[in-house]
Design a protein around this ligand. Structure first.
Ligand SMILES: C[S@@+](CC[C@H](N)C(=O)[O-])C[C@H]1O[C@@H](n2cnc3c(N)ncnc32)[C@H](O)[C@@H]1O
Length: 339
């Protein structure tokens, strides 16, 4: 079988509406082994393992970026979201231009599409900051025999990359995040790229929401997530609508951008029966393709504080997202009786 057929066959399960974890897990293993075979590169070496640190957050080492494929719910939902976005856009725009920021060594999220569309239908810009991942990507593209495709490879920082106004993308894809949007560069990448383009460009993921939630006391970790986690209130959202309101006149650079501070108050009555405060991450990849609480490593709730038993006061939480060499949602928790 040639590589084109192998990749199409190996990735077909991601497109099935019926969710079968066993089949999905086999698909993921098959897809990964094809990529490993083509790349033929040991990544478990120093330059493969090392994360790289920048002003706007870290970029994953090549080995870890390649491993993202194994997060099967993440990979399935992103591929399905991208599929729907391409189908929505391709009728009005030909060739469609997809900008993929943070490809890793395999361009994992876009490779299932390349051979499913003709080289006339879609052109691609692949951005990757990590030089070792970038080298592997160049080699992979060469080995896949994609010379007839319009693919531009750029070894640059997507938080600083300048889009050519004569060659604007129609869809931007970036999965450069961890749960709670800590450490990696998802938010500055979103800001920099979306600041430069027309409003109808689709950014994938469409929406990332961080919320404060609680963990039910005494519920086993084996219990369904609906019984374990309670989402209380959203505190931060990354989406076109939330970050770039329609009435906004002046565009700001990543350095100038400052997210608004948010204060929430949770009455003690609401906290009865819960023992931990959590930071919850949810992702809307595109339309109904979502990654719900705890479905993926990207949406695993993070413990932030114990909730004392018999709490008599409310809890006040101040939050603000900060971009720095270690991006995160800063928060301060105060019990109202100590204010
Ligand atoms: C979480 S991995 C995901 C890899 C692959 N896209 C996937 O979904 O399986 C993120 C990738 O984005 C790259 N990256 C992180 N920050 C970047 C930036 N500012 N500009 C370009 N690439 C970046 C990392 O080096 C890494 O390869």
């Amino acid at each position: 079988m040639n590589l084109k057929k192998e990749i199409i066959n190996a990735t077909s399960e991601y497109f099935e509406d019926n969710l079968d974890f066993l089949k999905l897990s086999n698909t993921s293993k098959k897809y990964k082994s094809i990529l490993e075979k083509i790349s033929d590169q040991n990544m478990d070496i120093e330059k493969g393992r090392n994360d790289i640190y920048f002003d706007n957050g870290k970029a994953l080492g090549t080995l870890w970026a390649a491993l993202c494929l194994d997060d099967i719910s993440r990979t399935r939902q992103f591929i399905r979201g991208i599929d729907k976005a391409i189908k929505d856009k391709i009728h009005s725009q030909k060739p469609l231009h997809i900008l993929y920021a943070g490809t890793g060594p395999y361009a994992t999220l876009i490779l299932p599409f390349i051979f499913r569309y003709s080289n006339q239908d879609i052109k691609y810009t692949f951005l990757e900051i990590n030089p070792f991942s970038f080298k592997m990507l160049q080699k992979l593209i060469l080995k896949l025999g994609l010379e007839d495709y319009d693919i531009t490879l750029v070894n640059e920082d997507a938080t600083k990359y300048q889009i050519d106004p004569k060659n604007e993308p129609d869809i931007i894809i970036s999965e450069t995040m961890q749960n709670a949007l800590v450490k990696e560069q998802q938010v500055p990448i979103f800001l920099n790229l979306m600041n430069q383009i027309k409003r109808d460009v689709i950014f994938i993921p469409e929406k990332i929401e961080l919320s404060i939630g609680f963990n039910k006391a005494g519920v086993s970790i084996e219990a369904p997530k609906e019984e374990r986690f309670h989402k209380e209130i959203a505190v931060f959202e990354v989406s076109k609508e939330a970050v770039f309101p329609l009435n906004q006149v002046k565009k700001q650079t990543v350095e100038e951008f400052s997210f608004e501070k948010k204060q929430i108050v949770i009455e003690n009555e609401k906290l009865k029966g819960f023992n931990h405060l959590l930071m919850i991450t949810e992702i809307q990849v595109y339309k109904d393709e979502k990654i719900k609480i705890n479905d993926s490593g990207l949406t695993t709730p993070i413990f932030i504080k114990d909730i004392p038993e018999n709490l008599k006061s409310s809890i006040v939480i101040d939050t603000q997202y900060q971009i720095s060499s270690e991006p995160k949602l800063d928060y301060k928790i105060t019990f109202s009786d100590t204010l």
